[in-house]
Design a protein around this ligand. Structure first.
Ligand SMILES: [Zn+2]
Length: 369
């Protein structure tokens, strides 16, 4: 404390004491008030003077205290409160009614957005789950031009289609118990057994743009004629699909899932459930045929209950065709019941499969060398 400060302090104190002495002389009964005043004034003065002399020290302490409060975790709730308060301030200009209306609108909007985004997600997942049947997903848009009935085939070919009844698949007399694994008719194609790179087959035309392995056209038409005789009209749709189309279908599905917010791996996995992974579809080797009937053109389980579905399940084996994905074999085939999807395996194999109530995978385990 320098001399100047000391002088000021002494002068101030003596002024206070002088004032109190005068007051006490005038009002002796109120002397305690004078004493209290003197005490308070001097104490306050001393405190302020102390702070004034140590101002730098106290500013430093105050800064440290502020920094500590603002950086410590227990101050966060207070800070977030401040932020929300600031938001209120920003819409201060509105009347309270507008403000309420605005905020409720905002809430409604954000709810709607949430609802919409949830809808999109569940819709995609549901769709993916529903279309585990590869054919359903692949033939999503059944093109009427890509369907053909027996009468249309006969019209287009002048009635000579498939008339050459060369029965190559008559059950052999000695009773076949084993089959060679190199027989093209029984080739096993699924996710575990993709189409071999070197696989080749003669592509034949059923009618128009509808093609399949030409070796199965005759038995196919024979089966359709037999059904016709029994009063059952069969309509062929989407038989052979080339790899490009299969790849396109698959990639479309992946893109669709990704646009719904999925990453590539999830989208790929989901798409592989809905659409056959390129290279593992029997339609690509021309041995599979999807069949519908007049009055029932959707590829779903309901087809199994139609006259055509029942007739096929009963009789298709006689012409070398099997119901490739039967009900109850889903855990073996990895594909749900598809009453419309028929696969040519030849009469011998089809008969064994039909009579034993097995699927092609089981047939391979038991009867194929
Ligand atoms: Zn199919």
């Amino acid at each position: 404390m320098n001399a100047g400060n000391l002088q000021i302090q002494l002068t101030y104190k003596s002024k206070i004491f002088d004032r109190v002495k005068k007051f006490n002389r005038k009002h002796k009964s109120l002397a305690f008030l004078g004493m209290a005043y003197a005490f308070a004034a001097i104490t306050l003065y001393n405190m302020l003077f102390y702070f004034y002399r140590n101002s730098k020290r106290f500013i430093c302490l105050l800064c440290i205290l502020l920094f500590f409060v603002s950086s410590s975790s227990f101050s966060y709730p207070a800070m977030s409160l401040n932020i929300s308060f600031a938001t209120d301030v920003s819409i201060e200009g509105y009347s309270s009614d507008t403000e309420e209306a605005l905020s409720s609108e905002e809430v409604a909007e954000s709810d709607a957005e949430l609802a919409v985004s949830q809808d999109v997600d569940t819709a995609i997942i549901e769709e993916a789950m529903e279309s585990v049947n590869p054919d359903v997903a692949e033939a999503e848009h059944l093109d009427p031009e890509k369907q053909v009935s027996l009468s249309q085939i006969l019209e287009a070919t002048g009635g000579v289609a498939g008339v050459s009844e060369e029965q190559t698949d008559e059950p052999s007399a000695q009773g076949v118990t084993t089959f060679g694994s190199d027989d093209w008719k029984i080739i096993l194609i699924n996710k575990q057994h993709p189409i071999p790179d070197e696989y080749e087959f003669p592509l034949g035309t059923i009618s128009g743009t509808m093609r399949c392995d030409e070796r199965i056209i005759a038995p196919l038409l024979e089966m359709m004629r037999a059904a016709n005789k029994d009063g059952v009209g069969l309509i062929i749709c989407s038989p052979y699909r080339d790899r490009d189309r299969q790849t396109m279908l698959f990639e479309n599905k992946v893109e669709r899932y990704m646009s719904g917010g999925m990453n590539y791996m999830d989208a790929y996995n989901l798409a592989s459930q809905a659409v056959t992974v390129p290279g593992s579809s029997e339609h690509q080797i021309g041995l599979a045929i999807d069949i519908i009937t007049d009055g029932y053109s959707s590829l779903d389980e309901g087809f199994g209950n139609t006259a055509a579905g029942k007739w096929l399940a009963e009789n298709s084996y006689k012409y070398g065709f099997i119901l490739r994905y039967p009900a109850g074999k889903e855990n073996i085939t990895s594909i749900e019941y598809e009453p419309w999807h028929f696969r040519y395996v030849g009469v011998d194999a089809a008969t064994v499969i039909h009579e034993n109530g097995i699927c092609l995978e089981e047939f391979w385990n038991t009867y194929v060398n």
